[in-house]
Design a protein around this ligand. Structure first.
Ligand SMILES: Nc1ncnc2c1ncn2[C@@H]1O[C@H](COP(=O)(O)OP(=O)(O)OP(=O)(O)O)[C@@H](O)[C@H]1O
Length: 369
């Protein structure tokens, strides 16, 4: 029996038209350019790709924070494009966001208690007394204390502020939590703690999670399935383990090879795939990845590969998918660097309640908390 899907996108598109001042020609960015996806109830679904590939736009389309240029999104089988204002408000209490930078998403003039209580008030949930009790409970649940409700966000560390963001997102008991780079502003050791909290709360609240990240180590630990985006399109999707062990698209392979090394500099390290992504205003013809693909042939420059079904829940958009091995390509799993493997170990150790960092790494991280 297959798990029913909770969120679905069909042929979803969103373009942004910008115009240079005065008589400038309008330019069109196809930020999301024909995306189909289906998120199963209870799973953690990850969207990964380089900066500017359309991840955040896609996430915002999924909850109608922005309107699509074309295509459809449905939540529990219902087209959200046709929802009334009241139904849209209900939808927003069921689907919550957490953001990359908890400080900028929290109003610095509100106490932590007021910040967490706000969504309850907006949705008319509980009396003032009940809301205060709920705030105390959720603060404890994310590893803070009820008395922290009287303090202000600037009094907390980055990791604690992200816990506050999580508490605020979960206080209405949503069904879906979307995390837009939820840990990428945090140090590696703190990332592991926040990931653990999210995983525990996911089980406790029966959440479906959509996680947007550029960091594949985070994705590997958190997600059941992954969609890899490149220039507004999904180029590969499938179960996380299968995709990591044997990527079917050369772009996925390049991303896996670029996993950053854990060190002081890894705090905000970005994935670096060789070459720059093409200008999204004028994407290359044929396969959009051909300008950076080591395996590209003439066909790739003129013919766009469709997202083909590979079986076992996997899909990829590459003319050579399934044949990469024939081109003499060794699976990435065999080539992954020791440093990247260590990064995976850090998360694994933290998940098992051990101190994830060696003494030397703790010194490098500056003993942060
Ligand atoms: N409001 C907007 N107006 C014009 N262009 C936009 C707007 N929002 C996004 N874009 C463009 O759409 C493309 C996709 O942006 P988006 O933020 O969705 O990508 P992303 O993968 O989430 O990137 P990042 O990881 O940097 O947040 C980019 O080229 C971006 O410049």
């Amino acid at each position: 029996m297959t798990t029913p899907s909770i969120l679905e996108a069909r042929a979803l598109k969103r373009q942004f038209v910008t115009r240079k001042p005065l008589f400038g020609e309008p330019t069109v960015v196809r930020a999301v350019d024909g995306v189909d996806l289906s998120v199963a109830e209870g799973e953690t679904f990850a969207i990964v790709g380089e900066s500017g590939c359309g991840k955040s736009t896609l996430a915002r389309l999924l909850v109608r924070l922005i309107e699509p240029s074309a295509g459809q999104v449905s939540y529990r089988g219902k087209d959200i494009g046709g929802l009334s204002e009241a139904d849209l408000r209900d939808l927003r209490s069921e689907i919550q966001f957490i953001f990359q930078d908890p400080f900028s998403s929290l109003n610095p003039r509100m106490t932590v208690g007021a910040l967490i209580e706000e969504p309850l008030k907006t949705h008319g949930i509980g009396t003032a007394e009940e809301r205060r009790a709920t705030v105390g409970r959720i603060l404890t649940r994310v590893g803070l204390r009820p008395e922290h409700a009287d303090r202000y966000p600037h009094e907390f560390s980055g990791g604690q502020r992200q816990r506050i963001g999580i508490a605020r997102a979960l206080v209405t008991r949503p069904k879906v939590l979307i995390g837009d780079e939820p840990v990428s502003a945090l140090d590696v050791s703190i990332q592991a703690q926040v990931i653990n909290i999210l995983e525990d709360l996911k089980d406790e609240f029966g959440l479906t999670m959509i996680v947007i990240a550029h960091d594949l180590a985070v994705i590997r630990h958190m997600s059941d399935r992954v969609a890899v985006m490149y220039l507004g399109k999904i180029v590969e999707t499938g179960p996380t383990d299968a995709l990591f062990e044997a990527p079917a698209h050369p772009y996925t392979e390049a991303l896996l090879e670029a996993i950053p090394i854990p060190s002081v500099g890894a705090r905000k390290a970005r994935v670096a795939v060789e070459g720059d992504p093409p200008n999204p205003i004028a994407p290359p013809p044929g396969c959009r990845f051909h300008t950076r693909c080591p395996y590209a042939e003439a066909r790739c420059r003129s013919e766009e590969p469709p997202l083909r079904d590979l079986g076992d829940g996997r899909k990829a958009a590459c003319h050579f998918t399934g044949n990469l091995a024939l081109k003499g390509i060794q699976p990435v799993a065999e080539r992954r660097s020791a440093a990247a493997a260590r990064r995976f170990d850090i998360y694994s150790a933290a998940r098992e309640g051990q101190d994830p960092l060696t003494e030397q790494e703790t010194v490098q991280q500056g003993g942060n908390s």
